[in-house]
Design a protein around this ligand. Structure first.
Ligand code: SAM
Length: 227
């Protein structure tokens, strides 16, 4: 697949086919509850990075959070969102938020899109630390090479299975389009865990159903750049 706008459009089309906004919002709600988010303070500002169409933000709204912000680089996906959060198009390595202004940052299925993984992950985590208050939480849900995920990928290489399941077909298309970026994510488990646990104090770390679930607390940042 050629890099550039066409590949991005094809990826966004597959992403929209993978699940409806309502299905995605329900999935995010289930996950947030599992992560314990429902019992956290409603007073904090929360930023969802890589927020796409904003269905994670809808789930947070349903849980009663109201000071919500979202950031994604795709203006087309952001335009689908209808809700109360303040959205901005931008890159996760330069966040337009003040130092220590957020109580929580959430990433659901975004970090595995970083193409120069080591460098961009480090840059993103540094920015998250900058905008989080001391003890603020980073919540991460990303694909993880558990046996379940490897089975799903194997099925996605089977043309018959792809014809039977529209969802599997969409997932397999996204995997193809994400190409080396995604494969490199799946190969880099130690690098990723070291980066997360080197920057945040681990509160939860689980691997299940093809996902990493991570919650970490910010130790605060002594080397903040000017906001
Ligand atoms: C799988 S989607 C995430 C779904 C999303 N969490 C949701 O709530 O719908 C990945 C998103 O990452 C965005 N993205 C990829 N690289 C980015 C970057 N460097 N900075 C900001 N957003 C990025 C894409 O535009 C896409 O919306």
């Amino acid at each position: 697949v050629p890099p550039g706008r066409n590949a991005e459009d094809a990826w966004e089309a597959a992403y929209r086919q993978f699940e409806t906004p309502a299905q995605e919002a329900r999935k995010f709600l289930r996950r947030l509850k599992k992560l314990g988010v429902a019992s956290w303070s409603r007073d904090e500002g929360i930023v969802e990075l890589f927020c796409g169409r904003g269905n994670g933000l809808h789930a947070l709204e349903q849980l009663g959070f109201s000071r919500l912000f979202g950031l994604d680089r795709s203006a087309a996906l952001l335009a689908d969102y209808r809700g109360a959060a303040r959205l901005v198009a931008g890159d996760c390595r330069t966040l337009p938020y003040a130092n220590g202004s957020c109580g929580m940052a959430i990433v659901q299925g975004g970090l595995h899109h970083l193409s120069r993984l080591a460098e961009e992950l480090e840059g993103t985590l540094m920015e998250v630390r900058r905008v989080l208050k001391k003890d603020g939480r980073l919540v991460v849900v990303e694909p993880w090479p558990t046996p379940f995920l490897l089975l799903v990928h194997a099925l996605g290489r089977n043309p018959l299975a792809r014809r039977i399941s529209r969802k599997l077909d969409a997932l397999a298309s996204m995997v193809e389009l994400e190409g080396e970026t995604y494969r490199s994510w799946l190969r880099s488990s130690s690098l990723i865990l070291n980066a997360l646990e080197g920057s945040f104090r681990t509160e939860m770390r689980r691997f299940e159903w093809g996902k990493l679930l991570f919650v970490g607390r910010s130790p605060g940042d002594r080397s903040l750049r000017a906001a």
